[in-house]
Design a protein around this ligand. Structure first.
Ligand code: BDR
Ligand code: CA
Length: 307
């Protein structure tokens, strides 16, 4: 377990983003979560930022929040509100949020913080637009990122199309840019997040002691067992972003295969596909196995969150 990594989380909450952020807050030392940056993705930027600030308030947290990209680099935003709800949190609404205290853009804040710290770990739970812009603006960024854990891609089929996972489909040009940057990337793709499905027993066991966190979790659970029940025949929840956070907390949670990845941008049919290639580029760490029971145990530890 690594609890004291210096962390920045880029996110588009998003139901599973919320689980992931709760998990990060449960495990990382409070002052090691340096900032959350927001991007358009599951829903629009105003909404993902609102939800991030709502989570900050709920957790009574002190991390800063910075707003990022309103749309993907080159394609229009095709959101996932049919999965996450119009307001991104299923049927849950954050009526109280923290205030946005800075107008600094996500990519500027990311670079500033990374350079100040000398080395940080970046966890990206949405489309990679903010990271790609940061790389354009600050080409020396990779030297300050010790690892990037990105939830995205897949070694088999996708969820947005038969070929592509949502985050990389949503902004394929950004994903490609990031994979070409030479950063030390850990790809936590659908192939492992689906294996680490949170089964019914795990979801039933989720019952946080903190009343506000419980209120949120209960509502998100209802969303999975109600609204989303028709989409999958499995009982339980698929929480891809939480698996990415867990992999960052516990380096032994997943096993990895080292291979270069190319993100498809040109072909309409395969847009956003993560393809394993031998193209001479720096290989990345592609998660291929996951300790499912360990992940479920970690998820249940959200019950002990003390806000
Ligand atoms: C990814 O897409 C989003 O809808 C989820 O929040 C997750 O980041 C899974 O494909
Ligand atoms: Ca997400």
């Amino acid at each position: 377990m690594i609890r004291n990594r210096k962390i920045v989380i880029d996110t588009d909450p998003g139901v599973d983003d919320a689980f992931a952020i709760l998990l990060a807050y449960r495990w990382f030392e409070k002052d090691s979560i340096l900032a959350l940056t927001t991007t358009a993705g599951n829903v629009g930027l105003e909404t993902t930022t609102h939800n991030t600030l709502g989570l900050k308030k709920l957790l009574n947290a002190s991390f800063e929040v910075y707003q990022g990209a309103r749309k993907p680099l080159q394609v229009p935003l095709e959101d996932a509100s049919h999965i996450h709800g119009r307001l991104g949190m299923g049927e849950y609404v954050f009526f109280e949020t923290s205030a946005l205290t800075s107008s600094e853009k996500a990519w500027d804040a990311l670079y500033r913080i990374a350079k100040r710290e000398g080395s940080i770990t970046l966890i990206a739970l949405g489309p990679l637009t903010n990271i790609a812009i940061a790389l354009e603006e600050y080409p020396d960024l990779p030297q300050y990122i010790d690892a990037l854990y990105t939830m995205g891609g897949s070694t088999q089929g996708g969820n947005r199309t038969p070929y592509a996972e949502f985050n990389y489909y949503c902004d394929p040009h950004a994903a490609r840019r990031v994979y070409e940057s030479g950063m030390n990337i850990f790809m936590i793709g659908l192939n492992v997040t689906e294996l680490a499905f949170a089964d019914e027993t795990t979801m039933d066991g989720l019952s946080p002691v903190d009343a506000d966190v419980k209120g949120l979790i209960d509502s998100l659970k209802d969303h999975y067992s109600g609204t989303l029940a028709g989409i999958s025949s499995r009982k339980g929840s698929h929480l891809p972003d939480a698996v990415a956070v867990a992999a960052c907390i516990d380096p032994d949670l997943c096993s990895y295969r080292e291979v270069p990845i190319l993100i498809e941008t040109l072909d309409l049919e395969t847009r956003g596909m993560s393809r394993m290639v031998e193209n001479g580029r720096r290989p990345v760490q592609v998660a291929v196995e996951v300790d499912v029971e360990r992940f479920r145990e970690m998820l249940l530890s959200i019950n002990e969150l003390n806000c």
